[in-house]
Design a protein around this ligand. Sequence first.
Ligand code: ADP
Ligand code: MG
Length: 254
Amino acid sequence: MSDPAVEIRGVRKSYGSLDVLHGVDLVVEPGEVVCLIGPSGSGKSTLLRCINHLEKIQGGMILVDGELVGYRRSGPDLVETTHRETCRARRHIGMVFQSFNLFHHLTVLQNLVEAPIHVQGTAKGEALAHARAMLERVGLADKHANYPAQLSGGQQQRVAIARALCMRPKLMLFDEPTSALDPELVGEVLEVLRDLAGQAMTMLVVTHEIGFARQVADRVVFMDQGRIVEQGPAGQVLDAPGHERTRRFLDRVG
Ligand code: ADP
Ligand code: MG
């Protein structure tokens, strides 16, 4: 049996006195596509950020590919990893945010090779070749010399996805990747996600695109007020939810 891609056990997270995650358990298997849905403020972004150790957790544990994130065992205790160790653990996790977060002073191709060359130490020629392949994969091979400001929002988000893929991630985290886009640009980004899902990438996607979740997700997880309320196959959770809170949420967004 291989390790789960992500294993979240009893995770608690608070910001000061505000408790945001109240003991979350979630397992994602390799190659699985999980869509995470739920009302604004329910803790979806926080959970993704914890998986990437952009946030410290106050309880429980998170393993990615069988390795603890942010902590290592020291006898019976867990101690925080150093910044360097955390960066190393994070290298195989790609994250795409609602706001595309590209480097605006760099061209598309420079955006893509920046981390492979300077963080991973990949040789320049190899990084460039891989970057061109990833750009091709998101349908933007012809935009390699453009600056982000010269691209539409949908194109910028596709570049952000290509940039994450350039790190050869084993896991991709998407936080509402289409929420900042004009409606007519949503489809082209979802198409890239659909393509990635079809190629067995392990993906955890926070989204309000219920139609996309229904089509692409192996599993849908509904979160509310810092807890997972229910999860299951997309058809089950979206079309026959077992909980009143899930039904109310779906009535509002659907
Ligand atoms: P979602 O992504 O589901 O909308 P978030 O994870 O962004 O929810 O937020 C969950 C809760 O945590 C909200 O009440 C939010 O205000 C709070 N929160 C998020 N980030 C921070 C932060 N950096 N500092 C303090 N509170 C935060
Ligand atoms: Mg959010």
